[in-house]
Write a protein that binds this ligand. Sequence first.
Ligand code: SAH
Length: 225
Amino acid sequence: MRIDIITVLPEMLEGFFNCSIMQRAQTKGLAEIHLHNLRDYTHDKHRRVDDYPFGGFAGMVMKIEPIENCINALKAEREYDEVIFTTPDGEQFSQPMANTLSLARNLIILCGHFKGIDYRIREHFITKEISIGDYVLTGGELAAAVIADAVVRIIPGVISDEQSALSDSFQDNLLAAPVYTRPADYKGWKVPEILLSGHEAKIKEWELQQSLERTRRLRPDLLGE
Ligand code: SAH
């Protein structure tokens, strides 16, 4: 899968995508992340990406032209499954959405800034608008990082033990069961006996019971209760 991220702050994302599992996914050839500096798609000498809003409102608005230039340059090279805009008034990001997006071949993610982008871009270029939660950030970069991370980590082979991604919270609408590691007894705090039994079927059953109990208690909304 290939993800093209359009931003005015590529340096904010470089470190993130060159670390840990995101880096490994790219080294293994399972994901390609390309950062595009919007200013490279301007044609004026000040490389302006924003301008004053019509109507006399406060703040600045991202201009159509550089964004159109960048999206068109990308679309000339390949077909995109979605052109995503990160925005607080978009559809709330979720694990099912990440699962669906992870099946895509090519994605564009556009990061907004200032007061947002000229609405005509949203009407004519954007195919999907995503919010990462009901709060306002200064820019779309963190949202793009969140979306790309959640999507890339579930591509088969990215996490070495595939089972591990499937047993995480929100797959099957359940929260994950608690996890433990050595020592089995830490100053008298003991790991649940069943996990030391080696009885695979009983351990699976315990895991499911724990997931159900925790989901009922902490997130009954996930069970539709
Ligand atoms: N005026 C806008 C907020 C602009 S915030 C409004 O009231 O809706 C600047 C940019 O940050 C946005 O264009 C968007 O790309 C990004 N952003 C801020 N909060 C976000 C969120 N919760 N989810 C996704 N992107 C967000």
